[in-house]
Design a protein around this ligand. Structure first.
Ligand SMILES: Cc1cc2nc3c(=O)[nH]c(=O)nc-3n(C[C@H](O)[C@H](O)[C@H](O)COP(=O)(O)O)c2cc1C
Length: 346
């Protein structure tokens, strides 16, 4: 139904502009969330969660280990609807301390034949203050919320720490975990924050902030680091050593790749940006397996990248992920994919 009916309509919106389809979908879900009974109806079709005990990971209880990845609902506008589609958790953001428009359009491209997407959105978001206001208005969502934070474009790399800390402070009361995004390819210099020295400084400051806010609500809330799939195994090992030393709660692997594996000949492959979807399946699984082996399974992993079938999710679990997330799979397979993964876990 999604692939035969809904998807062709979505793909024609805005004369085929992928961002128009994204915006319309998001706003449609937001409207649905406000219609009495609509969320319940959606939930009856898609929302069944795996039976059996929910999983507790880094101290947070997840009704399903399948989550929505960062970037889809950056400003948290459709939060009531995601649970009804079967997601067990949602990661909003990436948000930055300053609101920003992101890169010039077009900045989102579908490589349909390859079930892949290239994006160079550049953290378009309304800022961490606006997100805090919105989350305060929602109240309890009934599922765990992750909040991804990144660096504002106007903030020089040398002042990055303060930018992240500002967002963490504003949002401390609303997230069940926080994802430190140091891996987006679309903010110049951002990925250099994955280097051991920079990362140690950033994570130490965030942990200090978390500790100082314990009375105000953060109370040692889990901080995770999201990494790029383009790091060499030795760079990953260095990063993991810092994460273990500083005491992060887990790793999110992976963000989009700047490589073009298997899609080199596609006419859109030359577009600048991060590649997601099917070309990431293999890389994400290998990265998760590497982290799991290197840490002896001691550091929880959220596996993300190229889940287009339940088997892809199972592969990430088998590689050592405790939770998984998806984004591009939703574009190509629709919400039925979440239902099928949840069923497979029952
Ligand atoms: C359009 C788009 C925007 C994204 N924005 C973000 C973001 O703001 N923060 C982030 O951590 N990841 C972002 N991502 C990366 C996804 O969260 C995910 O890590 C990646 O797409 C791999 O998963 P997938 O193959 O299921 O899409 C974005 C991905 C896409 C396609």
């Amino acid at each position: 139904m999604y692939r035969r009916v809904v998807r062709p309509v979505l793909y024609r919106l805005g004369k085929g502009d992928a961002e128009v389809a994204h915006e319309q979908t998001l706003h449609g879900l937001r409207r649905l969330g406000r219609i009495p009974g609509a969320v319940a109806a959606l939930s009856r079709t898609y929302g069944a969660l795996p039976t059996g005990s929910p999983r507790t990971v880094f101290g947070v209880r997840f009704p399903s280990p399948v989550g929505l990845a960062a970037g889809m609902d950056k400003n948290g506008i459709a939060l009531p609807a995601w649970r009804a589609l079967g997601f067990g958790f949602v990661e909003v953001g990436t948000v930055t301390a300053h609101p920003q428009p992101g890169n010039e359009k077009p900045r989102l491209f579908r490589l349909v034949e390859d079930e892949a997407v290239i994006n160079r959105m550049g953290f378009n978001n309304l800022g961490s203050s606006a997100l805090a206001d919105r989350l305060a208005a929602y109240g309890d969502l009934g599922y765990p919320l992750g909040i991804s934070i990144g660096k504002s474009k106007v903030t020089p790399l040398d002042d990055a720490v303060e930018d992240y800390v500002t967002s963490l402070r504003r949002l401390s009361a609303y997230g069940d975990y926080f994802a430190v995004n140091v891996s987006s390819p679309n903010t110049p210099g951002l990925r250099s924050l994955q280097d051991a020295g920079h990362l140690r400084e950033l994570l130490t400051a965030l942990h200090a902030e978390a500790a100082s806010l314990s009375v105000g609500g953060l109370g040692g809330k889990p901080i995770l680091v999201k990494i790029a799939p383009d790091l060499t195994p030795s760079a990953i090992d260095e990063l993991l050593a810092v994460c273990t030393e500083v005491g992060v709660a887990g790793i999110i692997a992976t963000n989009t790749t700047i490589g073009r594996p298997g899609v080199e000949s596609h006419p859109l492959a030359a577009e600048t940006g991060g590649l997601s979807g099917r070309p990431l399946t293999e890389i994400a699984a290998k990265t998760v397996a590497h982290i799991h082996a290197e840490t002896g399974g001691a550091l929880p992993i959220i596996g993300v990248g190229g889940i287009l079938e339940p088997a892809d999710a199972m592969r990430l679990f088998d590689a050592g992920a405790s939770l998984v997330q998806l984004y591009t799979g939703l574009i190509y397979r629709g919400p039925g994919l979440i239902r099928r993964i949840n069923r497979g876990l029952t």
